[in-house]
Design a protein around this ligand. Structure first.
Ligand code: MOS
Length: 769
């Protein structure tokens, strides 16, 4: 793309920024939206997984005779007859080659059992019921060993990963002299916070339909947040050129991180389809969702704060211990957020992990930032209480004007305005300093707050826009819509850029044959996809402009390109917008039915270097910026002192996410994240039995998530902001920052209500009493 023309991102008054209803809403509520498991292919067959009853040991015998005698059974696949894979993650080379496969061990590649409910057989039959029945008849004999259940178990060997870690680098980080600064600090707080195992539990389970269209060409309908990465990873596993693997995900019923990467069930369904020569559908049961797509790891964090009498942080030391699997070193990087959230001259963070007989944990909404903020935001609250300072005041006293980790300026930081507006909406100034004294009848009332922040992670992606002379447009990219509104916001961006009503724009996503987009994860989708579509539209206008100035019949004939801009659907002279013509008139005269443009966007770090021409003035050194979304949550709880029950009764979130493309879908993101935090704070926990290393509540009857009755009406506002340093659209992202701090806001409110500091999640009645 040349930069001789500069078309502005949509202005105020445009459809971008309006609370438009989800355009896919009708398709969803009328059942027309097709999810991964809903493609009714000819000859479709059904797979059921048989999983291990032990958590450690090996299979000594597996007998499929009885299962194979059942009517309709087409195949029973075990480690003895599973089709060979070109590459597995079982080796380090394989792990790096299949980058998008999160788990470093592929089940059914050997007789070893590493975790409970590990797949040991895949049964394929002509109906789901027959497959399930036959799976029950597969006889498996094990040699059982005593498993390790978690880092807390006596058998666990806890070690320092020392920079290892497949996804995150878990090095010890030190700035300044934290120990000496601590010794010299007049005020100190040290506390350990325990985070339970959490599972994502999206409404739609993991689901795959694999369809081989020949010996070396496969289409996979999969519930994944990342079609391009799944395509790439599956191609490596199957030993096929990427182009011969197609991944389709048109609608997703939630993911929260558990559908970010490729997991074994998708590979098994694809191999099973190859084995039976027919399309295979595999839908995970709710129970299997607890052992198939990762979880948020069980973990504890010790935070040590040193401060002055005025409450200014002098040192911050963070130590984390968590559970990982037998073959991976995965730990959420909780510490990272502590390095930038507040100004603090001395800092140290370290991780320790223990191998246990569990499957690999994974990303879950704000992986690292959410549990990390639980520790620092509660720790700071404890410090404030010790100093008899207001919790908001202590945050202002430690406000980071620069990123303490890197010393860089922020690309934008509306946090002070979030604090001010949030406090005003909540009525924070009326908070009693003393805990345990405010009552509503019999109930104790508590107010808590916490800061939120999440990085604008580097990402890039492409989009294609085809504008037709008859006045409609097709916009395409391989992005996904988790249910959060990608379809809607991108249609808004395209409609504005092309000067068309939204119903003349069709936005197509979720297919690996379309231009490559990043995953819906790490809060990069809205930022990257809106920017690539915006740039693709600029490309269209530039091509149109180049045509117009060469066309002697155009009113813009011989106009300098830099004098042109677009106004709605017309190409016009910047200085005299009455002079110009519509794209339709120009295309028709040129004898063209349509015109195509492509956009290649970068978001986060790469953007500054590549696309921010005005910050690169000759003679001035380009300043590197730290790029983050920010926000604050305020929470009121009411606690029954006799029963220990905690109810959230009021909630206010104010967020700085850069440009907000659609305040309605954005609000849903924020309340969704905050509700996940309320769940994590008050009720969500997966219990792993210490002896058998099995989950004892692996269903939605035993794993409690908040329901409507648990949640009050919530107030959400955004501080206005276009961040010019992050990407072409100025969008910073809101999906993950929504959850950051929300757990601590609840925990701090419980402290304020009761005077009792519960440092172990979830805060269930027995801990409150
Ligand atoms: Mo997000 S945890 O990267 O889906």
């Amino acid at each position: 793309m040349n930069d001789s023309l500069s078309f502005e991102p949509p202005k105020a008054g445009s459809v971008v920024g309006q609370p438009v209803n989800r355009i896919d809403g009708l398709a969803k509520v009328t059942g027309q939206a097709r999810y991964a498991a809903e493609y009714d292919l000819p000859g479709l067959t059904y797979a059921a997984l048989k999983t291990s009853t032990i958590a450690k040991g090996r299979i000594t015998r597996i007998d499929a005779t009885a299962a194979l005698r059942e009517p309709g059974v087409l195949a029973v696949l075990t480690h003895e007859n599973l089709p060979k894979m070109a590459q597995t993650p079982n080796t380090l080379a394989g792990k790096y080659a299949i980058y998008g496969m999160h788990m470093g061990y592929m089940p059914m590649t050997g007789d070893e059992i590493f975790y409970a409910a590990q797949p040991v057989a895949v049964v394929v039959a002509d109906t789901f019921e027959r497959a399930t029945q036959a799976a029950a008849l597969v006889q498996v004999t094990y040699e059982e060993a005593r498993p390790v259940a978690s880092y807390q178990s006596a058998q666990a060997e806890v070690f320092d990963p020392n920079g290892q870690g497949f996804v995150f680098d878990l090095k010890k980080v030190t700035r300044g002299n934290p120990q000496a600064a601590l010794a010299a600090s007049p005020v100190q707080v040290k506390a350990t916070y325990v985070h339970a195992i959490n599972h994502h539990n999206p409404m739609e389970p993991g689901a795959t339909i694999a369809h081989w269209e020949g010996p070396d060409r496969v289409t996979v309908y999969d519930s994944t947040q990342a079609v391009a990465m799944s395509q790439q990873s599956l191609a490596v596993v199957l030993g096929l050129p990427q182009e011969q693997v197609r991944v389709i995900t048109k609608f997703i019923g939630g993911g929260f991180g558990c559908k970010f990467n490729l997991w074994p069930h998708t590979v098994l369904a694809t191999l099973a389809a190859k084995a039976v020569g027919r399309p295979v559908k595999l839908v995970l049961t709710r129970q299997l969702m607890f052992t198939s797509l990762g979880h948020r790891e069980d973990q504890e964090q010790t935070i040590t704060l040193g401060a002055t009498q005025e409450g200014k942080l002098t040192t911050l030391i963070h130590e984390k211990t968590s559970t990982t699997s037998p073959w991976d070193i995965f730990a959420e990087p909780n510490a990272a957020i502590l390095n930038w959230l507040y100004a603090c001259p001395n800092y140290e963070s370290s991780h320790r992990v223990a191998r246990a007989n569990v499957m690999t944990s994974t990303y879950m909404r704000a992986p690292g930032e959410s549990p990390g903020s639980f520790a620092i935001e509660c720790g700071l609250d404890e410090l404030a209480a010790k100093l008899n300072l207001d919790p908001l005041e202590i945050r202002l006293r430690n406000y980071a004007d620069l990123d303490s980790g890197t010393g860089q300026p922020w690309s934008s930081k509306g946090l002070k305005e979030c604090y001010r507006r949030g406090a005003e909406l909540f009525g924070w100034s009326k908070r009693s300093r003393q805990p345990g004294v405010t009552r509503d009848g019999q109930l104790l009332v508590g107010w808590g707050m916490a800061t939120a922040s999440y990085p604008v992670r580097p990402a890039q992606g492409r989009a294609r826009v085809r504008l037709y002379a008859d006045g409609h447009a097709l916009v395409q990219t391989s992005a996904t819509d988790l249910g959060t509104g990608t379809y809607t916001i991108i249609t808004q961006v395209a409609a504005d850029g092309l000067g068309l009503p939204m119903d003349r724009v069709r936005f197509e996503l979720g297919d690996s044959t379309l231009p490559t987009a990043p995953a819906s994860g790490s809060s990069v989708a809205a930022a990257t996809v809106s920017s690539s579509v915006h740039l693709a539209i600029q490309d269209v206008w530039q091509r149109l402009a180049a045509m117009a100035v060469r066309d002697s019949q155009s009113p813009l004939f011989k106009a300098p390109l830099t004098d042109l801009t677009n106004e709605q659907d017309r190409l016009v002279l910047r200085k005299d917008p009455s002079k110009g013509e519509s794209f339709a008139a120009l295309l028709q005269r040129q004898g063209l039915t349509d015109i195509e443009g492509v956009g290649n966007s970068k978001s986060g770090e790469g953007f500054e270097a590549d696309q921010l021409a005005f910050d690169n003035k000759p003679g001035t050194k380009q300043t590197k910026r730290s790029m983050y979304s920010f926000g604050v949550h305020f929470c009121e709880v009411k606690v029954d002192p006799d029963l220990g029950t905690v109810r959230v009764s009021r909630w206010v979130s104010v967020m700085d996410g850069g440009r907000i493309l659609n305040p309605k879908t954005a609000r849903s993101q924020i309340i969704g994240g905050a509700i996940m935090g309320i769940g994590s704070a008050l009720m969500e926990a997966t219990n792993r039995d210490e002896y058998f290393a099995r989950y004892t509540n692996a269903d939605l009857a035993g794993y409690h998530v908040p329901i409507n009755a648990d949640i009050p009406d919530m107030t959400v506002e955004f501080v206005d902001g276009h961040d010019p340093y992050v990407n072409a659209m100025g969008v910073k992202g809101i999906g993950e920052v929504a959850m950051v701090g929300s757990v601590a806001a609840v925990a701090n409110a419980v402290y304020h209500a009761t005077g009792k500091r519960v440092r172990s999640l979830p805060i269930i009645p027995s801990k409150v009493l």
